[in-house]
Ligand binder design. Structure first.
Ligand code: ATP
Length: 251
């Protein structure tokens, strides 16, 4: 079998006396949508910080396309929990930010992002400021800024956590369509069980801190997943919820 796009082997991280990640091993195949589901404070965002270079692990290894991840390489496009748009920059100039940081001239970056505005539901809002957009539109702008950097893998940290339930459902459908269309490889952090079932090919369930992988499940539902009320989807959701609420006790 060819190498996973991303593989974490026995990652371990502590902050002083606080053991946050006890033992995290997981993998993501090219083109796969994988979620990490876990209780609040378990250490999910810490995993992303280890990937994006903000933190170093105390133990374990990270492989990308079969090669140990080097500090100077950054194959990830990362979208944080909050949209993190700059309020004083127009939407077009917010979406070019990642490219500009990489050294691309603003005009060239604008030419790169402009054709994508329609697909991201932002057509006509290029010259608006973030405060003039809805929450869902801001998240789509943040995702546009993230994906336009053309990195090999997307890291999404609860991208829809701050949205109301209806907007969130619409965004999940939209993201699934975009993921299928663009063939992205994605790793999503969420504590929304239904969101994980809706979007994922596979789900890793973490224990409470210090986090370990409690379960790994495959979601065999056909796509597009329009019918989350189906008995099969409901059964997976109920099973995951039960695991989170009543985790098997440690031996
Ligand atoms: N730089 C840091 N220094 C010290 N402690 C930290 C640091 N970063 C995170 N922590 C602690 O590590 C634990 C895990 O934090 P983390 O943000 O990874 O959790 P999470 O699972 O993403 O939480 P949530 O789902 O609520 O966003 C928390 O107890 C947090 O206080």
């Amino acid at each position: 079998m060819s190498a996973a796009r991303l593989e974490l082997r026995h990652l371990h991280k502590r902050f002083g006396d606080l053991d946050v990640l006890a033992d995290i091993s997981l993998s993501v195949q090219p083109g796969e949508f994988v979620s990490i589901l876990g209780p609040s404070g378990a250490g999910k965002s810490t995993i992303f910080k280890l990937l994006t270079g903000g933190l170093r692990p105390d133990g374990g290894e990270i492989f990308f396309d079969g090669v140990a991840l080097a500090e100077e390489t950054q194959p990830f496009a990362f979208m944080p929990q909050r949209d993190a748009l700059m309020p004083w920059r127009r939407i077009i100039d917010n979406t070019t930010l990642g490219l500009e940081v990489q050294g691309m001239a603003r005009q060239q970056a604008r030419e790169r992002v402009a054709p994508l505005f329609a697909e991201f539901g932002l057509d006509g809002f290029e010259q608006h400021y973030p405060a003039q957009l809805s929450g869902g539109m801001r998240q789509r702008a943040a995702l546009l800024r993230t994906v336009v950097q053309d990195r090999a893998m997307l890291l999404l940290d609860e991208p829809f956590g701050a949205l109301d339930a209806l907007t969130r459902s619409g965004m999940q459908r939209w993201l699934e369509t975009m993921w299928e269309h663009h063939n992205w490889t994605a790793l999503l952090i969420t504590h929304d069980v239904r969101e994980a079932v809706f979007l994922s090919d596979r789900i890793y369930v973490l224990t409470e801190r210090p986090a370990r992988v409690l379960r790994e499940i495959t979601v065999p539902l056909p796509r597009p997943r329009r019918d989350l009320a189906s008995p099969q989807a409901s059964a997976i959701e109920a099973d995951l919820l039960e695991t989170l609420l009543n985790p098997p006790s440690e031996t």
